[in-house]
Design a protein around this ligand. Sequence first.
Ligand SMILES: Cc1cc2nc3c(=O)[nH]c(=O)nc-3n(C[C@H](O)[C@H](O)[C@H](O)COP(=O)(O)OP(=O)(O)OC[C@H]3O[C@@H](n4cnc5c(N)ncnc54)[C@H](O)[C@@H]3O)c2cc1C
Length: 519
Amino acid sequence: MRRADMLQRLDGHHQSWDIVVIGGGATGVGIAVDAASRGYDVLLLEQHDFGKGTSSRSTKLVHGGVRYLEQGNVALVMEALKERGLLRQNAPHLVSNLAFVVPNYDWWEAPFYGLGLKIYNALAGKYGFGASEILTREETLARLPTIKTDGLRGGVVYYDGQFDDARLLVNLAETAVDQGATLLNYVRVVAITKGADGFIDGVVATDQETGQQWTVRARVVVNAAGAFSDSVRRLAEPDAATLIAPSQGIHLVFDSAFLSAESAIMVPHTSDGRVMFAIPWHGHTLVGTTDTPIATPTLEPRPLAEEIEFILETAGRYLHKAPTREDILSVFAGIRPLVKSGDGKLTAALSRDHTIHFDASGLLTTTGGKWTTYRNMAEHTVDQAADFVGLAERPCATRTLNVHGFHTTADRFGALGIYGSDALGIQDLMRSTPALAARLHSRLPYTAAEVIWATRHEMARTVEDVLARRTRALFLNARAAQAMAPEVANLMATELGWDAARQANEVSAFSTLAEGYQV
Ligand SMILES: Cc1cc2nc3c(=O)[nH]c(=O)nc-3n(C[C@H](O)[C@H](O)[C@H](O)COP(=O)(O)OP(=O)(O)OC[C@H]3O[C@@H](n4cnc5c(N)ncnc54)[C@H](O)[C@@H]3O)c2cc1C
């Protein structure tokens, strides 16, 4: 996947695209995979890097949503559990089965959660990840050695999926390209064009690197801009009513010693009535999340002091050693694009979880849902888009489409297992230049070879792209990521022909960004 090739495809494409997608998060890239694998001619434009928005900032769970079950939303849970199973089938190198323990401190919790989680597993049917079980106090402690012991009665264990969101996104972008789609990062849609009949017929887009501008024609334009969906809708209809109610969620990352386990903790009811997780992730402990309504979405949302305090306080209630601000290695925030209900007759809510909305000018907006259900959302969206503009009917192919990197025994690649079959290419780089096998920081597993790989094959364009999304250094340990930046810039400079000034700018921009991930 090379940006120069993508630009060439765009420049050489003179007829109308079947589908132009705005937004390179899970929703947009999922739509590009679906549309391209049906044989449609599709272009996707992302204003920043793939996954810069919410799609790199999730809790990293591929799950049915135990919380929805409690709310009685059985159909939604079944749909997500099926998608969870399909994702593990199609991207086994990225989705792993994780045990979650609900620690019990009250007598009623074991029977209550025991039954609920049995139903959760039963709803998955053939897509099940493992039967839930009631645990004794000793079994709970064996699984969660760092859990608070005062009053602990036992626990319930159940199974769900875990993944690396940004890595899955990069692999999905590669899948879309493998299927013939054209995807560009750092190209922002700045206007939406209309034909004489008043219907949308294309977009105007600007390359954020060079300023080059294109006017591209499209049979249908799909808005997959997540929390920014309303601003994109207003490019077409300045008076469009608000559809999105943005809400922020943050996560804190600590050393692995805080959990010291293979299992995750699931707290079904925090003091504000939410679910909270403490999860082992890439050798660290990830704790989250919150739900704070915000006025205006931004690409770099800032965690609020009270959100940080709330997570520390909740974690402290369950963990033997309560984490403090000094223990935070990284803090990151993401924005949920929640959809306001009851917005007019043109909204075709195909599922209670996601929304497909048509504006009068023919712009199709897909939003809501969750990472786990991206494939299903994409299938519905492409069905609707094709039907709307009369594209030749072609069946969805993604239920059994392998995601780029597909590998069933990727564990054998050790720390590179996350790359699936691409690990072989990275190992080749290390073999031909052994110095590239060296770690860039003693506290993180990432090597110089991965920087070269990301720059050559994964369209990484900045130091941030490499440290935040191609690797997860920024999300795991912001200070370590900051320390890695000069070496990453040096490696990228050779690959991309940066001069000394650009290299220095990259380091300084990343350093400023990384400050925001520290407390
Ligand atoms: C805190 C939190 C935790 C979550 N945890 C989970 C979880 O564990 N499991 C799960 O399944 N789901 C989870 N989710 C939900 C999931 O992350 C989101 O549903 C999903 O990432 C949304 O993807 P998206 O593509 O719609 O939006 P985004 O990822 O935000 O993508 C939209 C993109 O559009 C781009 N864009 C905007 N305007 C333009 C323009 N004019 N031109 C070009 N591009 C533009 C943006 O730059 C952005 O990259 C979580 C969400 C949050 C907030």
